[in-house]
Design a protein around this ligand. Sequence first.
Ligand code: C2E
Ligand code: MG
Ligand code: MG
Length: 505
Amino acid sequence: MSHTAKPLRLTPVGLVLVPLALACVITGVAVLAVSLNHRLAIVSPAPLLTATILVYSALLILLGRSAVANLRELESLSLRDTLTRLPNRCALHVDVERLAESGEEVALALIDLDSFKQVNDHYGHALGDQLIEHCAQMLVEACGNEARCYRLGGDEFAAVLGGKVAGTILEGMCRTLLERLATPVTVAGRQIAVGASIGLARSTAEHRVPSSELLRRSDVAMYMSKRGGKMRCTWFNETFDRSRERVREIEDEIRTAIAAGEFALAYQPLVDAEDGRIVAVEALLRWPRGERMPLGPNVFIPVAEDSGLINPLGQWVLRQAVCDALRWDDMTLSVNISAAQLRNPEFPIKLGEVLEETGFPPHRLELEVTETCLVLDPVVAERTLDVIRAFGVRIALDDFGTGYASIGFLRRFSFEKLKLDRSLIELASGDEGSRAMMLSSIALARALNMSVTAEGVETEAQAELVRMAGCDQIQGWLYHRALPAAEIDRLIAEQNAKRAGEAAA
Ligand code: C2E
Ligand code: MG
Ligand code: MG
């Protein structure tokens, strides 16, 4: 452990008393020495007092100078981040206000690292700190000598540039940073994939914006970068304020709707590709909103995911779906699981509780996860999926064909089922390239022992195509839309009656 010498720091009272005491002692000793040397009786008090005052003044000047130096150091420390040594949020406000005085454009970029929390959770805070230092260095390099860089706290950085076309230049620097972050960084011998979402805002001579407002605007723009898929720069736009406001409203409404039991489930049947029999159902969340504007799961689920409300909501979905599906005999039940749920260490515990309390056979349950769920946090995801599999529950990879899933990725997670996304089915019926891609995906799934479901089949031609290609199950409006539980009861009863009739014949 290294110890750095701490400079002497005195309070104002100390600044007066310490030199006074020292002066008295020094002068007393000096006078005593002189008196003894000249074998004089102790000298009279007047010269003693003068000497004390002189020594006191000298010491006061010396200590005063040291105190001013200390104060300067304290001031500079209060404007700096201790980990990266970059200027901090206070310094940013001071700089923006100073640059604005010149009357020229001032641009501010807010940079928030993506998935930094996972790095901290996996590898510990020491490595997290090293990653922050590394990213700070990358930012400084991308900004060169032109823009000033700051650490605002946590995984949040900023860069400020003043002058003509400052915004355009700063945006270029941000894009350079994103390009460099596209390849994993090496920290403490580990390869770590870390991205960034960047928000930009500017203040011009015509539209002067105070530093606090500039920071808020770049924060709103950064949030839009996150919502838009991360690893991008977004300029602030006045309409963002309104849409952010709307997101907050939806968040509040979801909270109230969970408490009021407003959510409902619909079930879309999956049919056997060969004989069209219903073999499984997928639970799909619905929000009946009465007179209010209807909202689909594609709108409200991302809001629930961002706010963490997906945890209670997803828990409700799981329990309700399992309770409904108990009466559907040998049907498989598919339930969609979000990334945030998979990351939640409580999730496997809650799943175990639901299975135990309801007595639902685990082999009839299938959890659908998407690629983004897993790439964000593969280590935790793998661990969680292993626990879930240990219950006997199967895992399906949903929306395959919309992302970048590699062979290595499919092998690593060894899903029990692959669900080909509707977009892939649609394209495959139109062009050769997409058809080849669909066929090779199916061949790959087969080689890895996965079953395959085609999603979003709307036409007979598509059904024929996926059947010929070797899909095991088909899901789509050609057969059934998502239906209330009571309708599934009716469909299954019909199917069972038909089967019983065929057996009797
Ligand atoms: P998904 O899991 O891929 O579900 C399939 C979506 O495709 C459903 O949309 C379904 O209604 C729609 N679909 C099925 N067949 C067809 C078809 O032939 N044509 C067209 N055009 N669409 C078809 P939905 O219900 O709007 O759900 C959208 C997404 O919301 C789901 O996609 C899933 O990612 C998510 N979601 C729904 N319920 C839940 C839930 O309980 N939890 C979580 N985490 N996500 C859910
Ligand atoms: Mg699904
Ligand atoms: Mg899907």
